[in-house]
Design a protein around this ligand. Structure first.
Ligand SMILES: Cc1cc2nc3c(=O)[nH]c(=O)nc-3n(C[C@H](O)[C@H](O)[C@H](O)COP(=O)(O)OP(=O)(O)OC[C@H]3O[C@@H](n4cnc5c(N)ncnc54)[C@H](O)[C@@H]3O)c2cc1C
Length: 333
């Protein structure tokens, strides 16, 4: 793994060395990428993957980085960010999209073309590739409902096509989470729609989103998947954790399922706060929360001062609250 070889081999490519990923992540946290590469075409990604694989480079793929926490130590090897690969082509009722395109833009272009089916996606801030990887969805819709086929690239640089039925879509899941293939292009199949109705739906969903979500702060959206039979936000609220601050990260006062960066949070603040919430909810409700957000990258070797002390203090105060509550219960009995 030699950076000079990479720069020589891809001298035309846009490659940034030691680039802080906090500039790209929605949480505004995360350490540096050794090499952050911005390909513009499918062919460029394929050539990169073939070379990187042959030269034993570890490779990480990023879309819009809206569902990621990159650890403070950053990412070793090559990080390919697909946001410059973003062409959108509309033909009749199909939309062909390179996967770095923003899903919000595709939803808007569908409306412009009077096509219905992507209204639910009008506020999801990811790239199309990230949306396929996560089977992103909102307000009753999911991308799997409108995808016809996906062009994939294996880690060894081989291109293949996959029909919707073979993508193993499920709640916040697709086959990409196991296969590690890279989505390069997707064909959406939509239906003719009434532009007034499409706009009405998008306005309604935008209103719901802006009134319920803390969009005024950096975040990574809903941190946890919805556990069967529960609402994550309510569990967190009922545990008294809403508004709770660790370092620069806070459980949002507006939506307890979000963790917002209120004061120069680090990825470690996020990760420690997530662990704290999981521990409390397991202890209090017996529910194991699973993160929807992906945590990637390397830990920093140096210890971040303050966070552990804060965390221990919080744990003690919560445990004493629990003890007081059970004492009160006993008194009532
Ligand atoms: C304010 C806010 C609101 C949100 N609301 C919603 C919502 O309503 N519904 C919802 O589902 N999500 C929501 N999210 C989460 C997020 O936007 C989605 O999960 C989105 O689909 C992630 O896309 P991304 O491009 O940002 O992916 P990234 O965060 O860049 O990556 C996520 C994962 O996808 C992989 N990946 C990215 N691109 C590709 C590709 N082309 N091929 C293979 N793997 C790839 C990455 O390696 C990573 O593992 C929200 C996030 C925020 C910040």
């Amino acid at each position: 793994m030699n950076i000079k070889d990479l720069l020589n081999e891809f001298s035309e490519a846009n490659i940034k060395i030691d680039e802080p990923l906090s500039k790209y992540t929605y949480t505004k946290t995360g350490g540096p990428a050794d090499a952050l590469i911005f390909p513009k075409s499918k062919e460029e990604v394929q050539a990169l993957m073939q070379w990187l694989n042959a030269n034993n480079w570890p490779v990480t793929i990023l879309g819009n980085a809206s569902n990621l926490i990159v650890k403070d130590g950053g990412i070793r090897g090559a990080t390919i960010i697909l946001t410059d690969m973003n062409k959108i082509t509309i033909e009749n009722k199909t939309i062909r999209v390179l996967t770095g395109a923003p899903l919000i833009e595709v939803s808007k272009r569908a409306y412009d073309a009077e096509l219905t089916g992507l209204e639910f996606a009008c506020g999801i801030p990811g790239s199309v590739g990230g949306a396929i990887y996560m089977n992103a969805g909102a307000y009753g819709g999911e991308v799997r409902e409108v995808i016809k086929k996906v062009t994939l690239l294996t880690r060894k640089g081989v291109i293949k096509e996959m029909a919707n039925e073979d993508m193993d879509f499920d709640y916040r899941h697709s086959i990409l989470q196991e296969s590690d293939d890279i989505a390069l292009e997707v064909v959406f199949e939509l239906k003719d729609g009434n532009p007034e109705k499409i706009k009405e739906k998008m306005d309604e969903l935008t209103y719901l989103r802006t009134s319920k979500q803390p969009l005024e702060y950096p975040s990574c959206g809903s941190v946890f998947k919805r556990p069967t039979g529960y609402f994550t936000g309510k569990l967190i609220q009922d545990a008294g954790l809403q508004g709770y601050i660790l370092g620069g990260a806070q459980v949002s006062k507006k939506h307890a399922g979000f963790i917002v960066n209120i004061d120069n949070a680090t990825a470690s603040d996020y990760i420690e706060l997530i662990a704290h919430i999981k521990e409390i909810i397991l202890e209090k409700d017996g529910v194991t929360l699973e993160t929807e957000v992906k945590i990637i990258g390397n830990d920093v070797t140096r210890e971040k001062k303050g966070s552990s002390a804060l965390l221990n203090k919080a744990k003690t105060s919560f445990k004493s609250k629990l003890n007081q509550a059970s004492l009160a219960d006993e008194t009532l009995n």
